[in-house]
Design a protein around this ligand. Structure first.
Ligand code: NAD
Length: 453
């Protein structure tokens, strides 16, 4: 039996819309539709598939403001971020629109014949998306999947279905054939889990919590189903004494409080070299106090509300350590929280080890390069991180030593759609984006043709 879910605007707590949640039977029907469409989509000539993806990108771009406003309403994202997110979907579609014509195999020298490899699509790909970045994370899964000739069933998170539903309509408007790109709104435990158990789904792309990621990986084992996992993070922002301390401090709030800290790449552990700790903290305090937490539809907003009351309660339950200082936040309706800076005493502290997924950052001093690396690596996660230093040899040495998939030097940016993204350790499995992501949406087929008489 299907049910409905009331989507709430997290900035006002008002109901935005009631959406219907798919049940098992609906999920199966959509998977079957995607499977049927696969037979013809994989046969679309590479140049035509490329044109369709470019058309999809253009339609997304033409609707960027509408999509962005929907995300502000549904997820409380700042309008500036939401515009970037809509553009990111269009950019990722454009980037992978170049792929169908370039999915090269190899010709491998062998005796007595010719050997060639093909990159074949997998079939139906299930994309399971979390609520923190509904648009980009969806696009990172469906764009390369479609480009490689797969069809897609996409499940947005319960809290944030609005932009995914609209992207499903825009795909049809762009001419993507019926059944090729399908959005199914439903619960993770029902629809998401059905993607894992239905044998017609050949691959899962999952982004979300490490706990659910582990369940999905275990579930996929049953059918040796392909799986890519993008999970949690607890990234370190390492600030050496020889860096531009003012620049590092000015950038540090954005690196963790962007999207209200609900970002798997949030630099939620700041490590500062002891000799400049006080200098950094006073510049950081000024920057945090200036960080604008306000109505996310305002162009000046740097942070909006958290996604839900549940998330707010969960984040606040971590406020057990000494608070160094906080920024400001609106009061009244909405799931608001002020950016908060903590100073835990030990690396074993819960706030230092667990992903809080909210606007909370912990700061700690380190002695030297070896201590910084040891402290950064003292984590089950390894998604991203930053290194601030003016010594380029040290920057490279530390970047090579930190066990993490995405590092930036003198910058906090983690995501570029043309470079690989993913995690070490319990932050994930496989890589998204960049040129190599296509490999995780194809099987390599080897064909030998005898030429001997
Ligand atoms: P979540 O794991 O609860 O849910 C993610 C998605 O999985 C949702 O669509 C949900 O409905 C679905 N789901 C839940 N249970 C399921 C099940 N049993 N089977 C199949 N699907 C199921 O995570 P969330 O709370 O929505 O998102 C926050 C988490 O996502 C954070 O831990 C964050 O770090 C992580 N995240 C990681 C990345 C990354 O790229 N590494 C990016 C964004 C978010």
């Amino acid at each position: 039996m299907s049910s409905t879910y009331e989507v709430i605007n997290p900035a006002t707590e008002r109901i935005v819309k009631a959406v219907e949640l798919a049940d098992l039977a609906v999920a199966d029907k959509v998977i079957q539709r995607a499977n049927k469409a696969f037979a013809s989509w994989r046969q679309v000539a590479p140049g035509d598939r490329a044109k369709l993806l470019r058309a999809f990108a253009q339609v997304v771009f033409d609707h960027r403001e509408e999509l962005a406003k929907l995300e502000v309403l549904n997820a409380g994202h700042t309008i500036a971020n939401a515009l970037w997110e809509a553009d990111n979907v269009a950019n990722v579609l454009n980037y992978y629109s170049a792929a169908p014509e370039r999915l090269f195999g190899k010709q491998i020298p062998v005796p007595n014949g010719v050997d060639i490899t093909f990159k074949e699509p997998l079939g139906v790909v299930g994309v399971i998306v979390p609520w923190n970045f509904p648009m980009p994370i969806a696009g990172w899964g469906f764009a390369p999947a479609l480009a490689a000739g797969n069809t897609v069933v996409l499940k947005p998170a319960e809290y944030t279905p609005m932009t995914a539903m609209r992207l499903g309509e825009l795909a049809l408007k762009a001419g993507i054939p019926e059944g090729v790109f399908n959005v199914v709104v439903g619960k993770g435990s029902i629809v998401g889990n059905r993607f894992v158990t239905n044998p017609l789904v050949r691959k899962i792309v999952f982004t979300g919590s490490t706990t659910v990621g582990k369940q999905i990986m275990a579930g996929c084992a049953d059918q040796i189903k392909r799986v890519t996992l993008e999970l949690g993070g607890k990234s370190a922002n390492i600030i050496f004494a020889d860096s531009d301390i003012e620049a590092a401090a000015a950038a540090a709030p954005g690196a963790v409080f962007d999207n209200a800290g609900q970002d798997c790449c949030a630099r939620s552990r700041v490590l500062v070299e002891k000799s400049v700790f006080d200098k950094f903290m006073s510049a950081f305090e000024m920057a945090v106090k200036k960080f604008r937490v306000e109505d996310p539809s305002l162009a000046t907003a740097q942070m909006g509300p958290l996604i839900s009351k549940k998330q707010l309660d969960s984040v606040q339950s971590y406020l057990t350590e000494e608070v160094a200082f906080t920024g400001g936040a609106p009061t009244g309706a909405g799931f608001w929280m002020a950016p908060t800076v903590l100073m835990p005493k030990k690396t074993t502290a819960k706030v230092w080890q667990e992903e809080i997924f909210g606007p909370v950052v912990s700061v700690m001093a380190f002695e030297d390069e070896a201590d910084a690396i040891a402290k950064a690596n003292d984590s089950d996660f390894g998604l991203s991180g930053s290194i601030w230093t003016n010594n380029s040899s040290k920057a490279l040495r530390v970047a090579r030593a930190v066990e993490s998939g995405n590092l930036s030097v003198n910058s906090n940016s983690s995501v570029r759609y043309w470079t690989p993204f993913g995690g070490y350790k319990q932050s994930g499995l496989g890589r998204e984006l960049g040129p190599d992501a296509l490999d995780s949406f194809t099987e390599v087929k080897n064909v030998f043709i005898a030429t001997d008489k």
